[in-house]
Design a protein around this ligand. Structure first.
Ligand code: BTN
Length: 262
């Protein structure tokens, strides 16, 4: 690692965090920070590791999509945690809520969540999370991989030009990745290290969900279900009432949502 180009140097020891970011590893280039964190987990790394990259050559999104981010502009990172097994399903929510709270400090736009964990501002996506879990000799682990568009110019990327935004686009000036990362680690740690905040996580997260009450189409492999998103259960699964009144309980890993045009 060349620390003269590492914007995140020294973030381990600020803000007195308890767990998240106890060790921070920065790569100028890596395939995927989720893969790096997963390898570390399998090798017995304690929780709290954060892997950050300037460039990912195989950055992954949900549903096998790729994640677009030009070199050195945005936040691309993964956090390794070892929660109780009962808290594993909440890990993607932890990232979504922490990102939304962080972005509140950097934009005057309303920051909302689209189920399961897209963070949105000005009707566009500004952040996404791919959470993966596993079990090794040291027990269950979660790898929470998050991309936050800090200085991205989405207009320069036709695939996302109409659907993505960044802090720079919202504010009309570039924003310090280090400052966003610093605040985000603190927000994640404040939730994860506090039993009270973990208990309130699903309800705090669902208060920001723009999906509730919307008519949506859910794509599930080759199948599609149309219905109204009625709420979420204790683990953050979406409750979707279809045309026949049947309520489906949807896991984040399985589906994509499309808001039905009215
Ligand atoms: C999504 O919205 O589809 C999730 C995107 C997750 C992207 C992040 S970038 C850092 C981490 N490493 C990856 O390969 N993916 C996640």
């Amino acid at each position: 690692m060349n620390d003269t180009t590492n914007e995140f140097h020294g973030l381990e020891s600020v803000d007195g965090r308890a767990v998240v970011g106890r060790r921070i590893v920065w790569h100028e280039t890596t395939a995927s920070t989720n893969d790096d964190a997963r390898r570390a987990a399998e090798a017995g790394e304690p929780e709290g590791l954060v892997v950050i990259a300037d460039v990912q050559t195989a950055g992954r999104g949900r549903m096998s999509r790729s994640w677009i981010s030009p070199p050195g502009r945005d936040l691309l990172f993964s956090v390794l945690l070892r929660p109780d097994a009962a808290d594993l399903p909440k890990m993607p929510l932890l990232a979504g809520l922490a990102v939304a709270r962080t972005l509140d400090a950097f934009t005057s736009q309303r920051v909302t969540l689209k189920w399961p964990n897209d963070v949105r501002a000005a009707d566009r996506k500004i952040s996404g999370t791919l959470a993966e879990s596993g079990h090794s000799d040291a027990g269950y682990y979660a790898v929470i991989g998050t991309g936050v568009n800090v200085n991205l110019d989405a207009a320069a990327h036709p695939e996302i030009a109409e659907i993505a935004t960044s802090l720079r686009t919202l504010n009309g000036r570039s924003v310090s990745r280090r400052e966003v990362m610093r605040r985000l680690l603190k927000e994640m740690d404040d939730i994860y290290a506090s039993p009270g905040a973990m208990s309130a996580l699903v309800s705090d997260w669902s208060e920001r969900l723009e999906t509730i009450g919307q008519e949506i189409d859910v794509l599930w492999g080759d199948e599609s279900i149309h219905g109204v998103a009625e709420g979420v259960d204790d683990s953050g699964r979406l409750l979707l009432r279809d045309r026949d009144g049947v309520v489906h309980r949807l896991e984040a890993g399985e589906v994509t949502l499309q808001t039905t045009p009215r």
